[in-house]
Design a protein around this ligand. Structure first.
Ligand SMILES: [Fe+2]
Length: 248
């Protein structure tokens, strides 16, 4: 089990009154910066998720061209590692398989929560992994360029990107961490990359945050810092909406 979320923000006060927009946005920005993610709860029926997210930056389309996406199980995809099925995923950051900058933020909000067990979005602060590596090792993660593959699920949609990036990249707006348990291609004998993946997986399993959705709940996280994944589920009706927000 993951520890209980510590970055939960309610859209309503103790009297059930909706927070003023400026108050909500201020608290949201503080939590996102401090903790790397925010789980928005108590979301009113008339809340406009898209309008709220537009304040964070420009939306970045997915590889298949979607801007505001639907995350629903697709038929015939349960046998591969892919977002659009009911399987669990392995820990990753988004966008490692593409050239250029990965999306800065990811947002998921709930249309239909899954009944029954599973279906939580899970996350881990990548800083917890990097803390186990020395300055010299982190320097090598900056300086070594790795090849990154992509999922079988994307391949089945005709998208088979590969890219070359270091694990750590400096950017004027912060440090970028890229991580994939399965698709960071570890060169023969590269014990640093092997340990990064192995420790990342162990820490994710032990320390992750698990978000269980109520209708309209939204999770937003800093994709340059946080790893994310998902627990497997059964209910084919589970339906989330998904947006990627580009680097400013
Ligand atoms: Fe993902």
């Amino acid at each position: 089990m993951g520890r209980s979320p510590d970055s939960v923000l309610s859209c309503v006060d103790m009297n059930g009154e909706a927070l003023a927009d400026g108050v909500l946005r201020y608290a949201f920005g503080q939590l996102l910066g401090n903790n790397g993610y925010v789980h928005l709860v108590g979301v009113p029926e008339d809340f406009d998720h898209v309008a709220f997210l537009k304040e964070l930056g420009d939306f970045q389309p997915t590889p298949t061209g979607t801007v505001v996406g639907d995350v629903k199980p697709e038929r015939g995809m349960d046998d591969v590692n892919h977002g659009q099925n009911r399987g669990g995923l392995t820990p990753h950051t988004e966008g490692y398989e593409f050239r250029g900058l990965p999306p800065r933020y990811l947002a998921l909000w709930c249309v239909v929560p899954p009944s029954g067990p599973g279906g939580e979005t899970t996350m881990l602060d990548g800083d917890r992994i990097l803390a186990e590596f020395s300055d010299e090792e982190r320097g090598r993660l900056h300086d070594t360029v790795y090849r990154w593959g992509s999922t079988e699920g994307l391949a089945r949609h005709g998208v088979t990107p590969t890219a070359e990036h270091p694990v750590l990249e400096r950017h004027e707006n912060g440090l970028i961490l890229r991580f994939s348990s399965n698709y960071l291609i570890v060169p023969e004998g590269d014990e640093l990359a092997r340990r990064l993946i192995d420790r990342g997986n162990v820490l994710f399993a032990e320390k992750h945050i698990a978000v269980r959705y109520q209708p309209r709940d939204m999770v937003v996280w800093d994709n340059w810092r946080m790893l994310h994944s998902r627990n497997a589920f059964q209910d084919p009706a589970r339906h989330l909406k998904r947006v990627q927000i580009a680097a400013a």
